[in-house]
Structures are given as C-alpha cells and as structure tokens.
Design a protein around this ligand. Structure first.
Ligand code: F6P
Length: 343
C-alpha cells in the first residue's frame, strides 16, 4: 500500500475535518503512505480534481466544521459511464485504497465500486445517525447539542409569551435528532417519522398540559414527521441524485394547525443547516479521530469492502454491505422513555 485516496460526500457534518486529519496523521506518520484528497465528493473522482494531503495542510483543522475537501451529492452511477470514469481516475492516480467518508449514499457508491474490484474502506458520517452497523456516527452529537441549545432558548421565550413553539429539526426519515434533543430539552411532544402523528392528539396533550397550569409548550418535530395516513410537506419537488426528496416545512403546518385547534398562540422555528455547521463537540472530535485512525489500520490490513464502526465503546469493522442493508431507524424503547415526559 502506498497511496490512499480520501473524499467526503453527502451533507457536510461536524467532524469531517477531524477524520481527514486523523487519516493523514496515521497514514503519513505511521506508514509513510501518500494521501490524495478528492474535492467535492464523488464529483472530484469523476473530474479528477484532487489535492495532495500532508501533515502541513491538514494541521489546525481538528475543531473546524465543514470539510476542507468540499462535498457534493454527486452520484457517479446516475451518470452515463460514471462508474467507469471513477474507476479510471482511481487507476490513473494509482490509488491503492480509497477511503470515502459519508452516509448511506456515499458509501453505497463505495460498495458498488468495491463490487467492481476497487479497494475501499468506508468511514460512516451523518448527523442523522441513521446508518446501520454503527451505534453512532460523528456529527450526530454536535447536531443534538445545537438543537438542544436552541430548544433551551426557545423555552424561555415560549414561557415569557405563553406560547406553543414548534421546533423543526433535521434527521431525514429517522427521528434520532428529534428524540435526543427533545429529551435533552424537555420537550412536551416529539414527533418522529417512525410514529406518524395525529394532530388532534398532539393538541389534546397540549390542552391537558395547559389545564394543569402550564402556559407554554415545546413541540419538537423531525423534518420527516408525517401525519397519520398522510404525507409530510416537501421543501422542493426536486429529488437529489440519490432520489432523496428535500424535506422541510412540517413545523409551518403544525404552527397553523395547533393555533387553530387550541386557540393558543403558536410559533415555529426551523433550525435547518445550523445543525450541521460549526465546530464539532469533543465527543464527535474523538469519535471522528478514532474512525480516521481505524480506517488507516483497515487499509494496512487490507480489510477492503469494510466500514469502521462504533460498537459500544470499541471501534470495529463491519462489511459495507451489512451497514447499507437498511437504514437504522429510531429505537422504539428510546421513544417510549421520551414519552414519559410528554404533556
Ligand atoms: O443527511 C443530512 C441532512 O442534513 C438531513 O438531515 C437533511 O434532510 C439533508 O441532509 C439536507 O440536505 P441538503 O443540505 O442537501 O439540503
């Protein structure tokens, strides 16, 4: 092994730079490998747009949000001859193993390339925490902390104005961010995609709460939360190269519905990309660093087609195929614990 490629794909995520730094430190420092960073996810592989990474140009990036390599939602397999073009670049650049850092989409491309004979080792990334095979992904804890801080702030203004405030958080089709931040922030209701909601029930719960003397309520809604028997709103009609719709707007609908049904003044806040920006928490920096080092260990041991993963407190490896078999949805037991505090 002499030359390792790295890319970051999909939505950016706090901790990506920490992984890049760790990969370079271990690959260069311990093994003397060269490291080539492809810019803007799979787009950089298709366009052969890359930069040599070394100890100098990856110094000081540990706490920095975003990714120094840039990212995109480019899917080579959605383009004519894209898979072949990606393989050609990797061969021309003499990449012995590629380390894609990404979620199910980016790693799905990696798995296909692996099936076509490319040596890859995956690193799991997503604020949504919806990737199977790993207990947690880095970035999730940071997103939860940002959402929790926001909920804390919304609490004081909701209380001052005697209002209901609906807070919409990210998470795609999984309710992890909503449930963790809702629990940490003391939400009175948490709406998640895994449990379609009935707005009348939500209103009844708020009404009951207010009858006991409370004058405000906080509802945390995952962007993918859907009404029972219906569809949730979409932020756009367009889908990305992996077929994902742009979610967003459920809080807008809930604001109107709750105010209309309960008569309580209601406001909503959509946290959006604030949850993905800025510096990673200490936990995510450490997890990202451990993943980066473990990925280089996997490269050295030629554990190709695998993904590094967190199992309890240990970093282990799982086949990419297992990690991508299905999304990791919210643990119902966690939601049941959160429910104890509703209303
Ligand atoms: O997967 C991470 C994520 O932030 C989701 O929570 C969200 O639905 C999506 O990405 C937003 O994507 P974009 O940044 O392309 O709008």
């Amino acid at each position: 092994m002499a030359r390792v490629g790295v890319l970051t794909g999909g939505g950016d995520c706090p901790g990506l730079n920490a992984v890049i730094r760790a990969i370079v430190r271990k690959a260069v420092g311990a093994h003397g490998y060269d490291v080539l960073g492809f810019r803007n996810g799979w787009a950089g592989v298709l366009e052969d747009d890359a930069v040599e990474l070394d100890l100098d140009n990856t110094r000081g990036i540990l706490p920095r949000g975003g990714t120094i390599l840039g990212t995109s939602r480019t899917n080579p397999y959605a383009l004519d001859g894209g898979g072949e073009r990606a393989r050609e670049t990797l061969a021309r650049r003499e990449i012995d193993c590629l380390i894609p850092i990404g979620g199910e989409d980016t790693l799905g491309v990696a798995r296909r390339l692996a099936e076509e004979g490319v040596a890859v080792v995956g690193v799991p990334k997503t604020i949504d925490n919806d990737l199977s095979g790993t207990d947690f992904t880095f970035g999730f804890q940071t997103a939860v902390q940002i959402a929790t801080d926001a909920i804390d702030r919304l609490h004081t203004t909701a209380e001052s104005h005697n209002r209901v405030i609906v807070v919409e958080v990210m998470g795609r089709e999984a309710g992890w961010i909503a449930t963790y931040s809702g629990m940490a922030g003391g939400a009175d209701a948490i709406l998640v995609p895994e449990r379609p909601f009935d707005v009348d029930e939500v209103c009844e719960r708020i009404r009951r709460r207010h009858l006991t003397g409370r004058t405000f309520s906080i509802v945390v809604a995952a962007e993918g939360a859907v009404p029972r028997g219906g569809d949730g709103p979409r932020a756009s009609e367009q889908v990305d190269a992996f077929g994902h719709a742009r979610l967003g707007g459920v809080a807008v609908e809930l604001e109107h519905q709750i105010e209309e049904r309960t008569g309580y003044e209601t406001r909503m806040t959509i946290l959006g990309h604030v949850q993905r920006g800025g510096t990673p928490t200490a936990y995510d920096r450490v997890l990202a660093t451990r993943f980066g080092v473990a990925a280089v260990d996997a490269v050295a041991e030629e554990a190709f087609g695998e993904m590094v993963a967190l199992h309890a407190t240990e970093i282990e490896r799982v086949p990419l195929a297992d990690a991508l078999a299905q999304s990791k949805l919210l643990d119902p037991r966690l939601y049941e614990t959160a429910e104890v505090f509703f209303g």
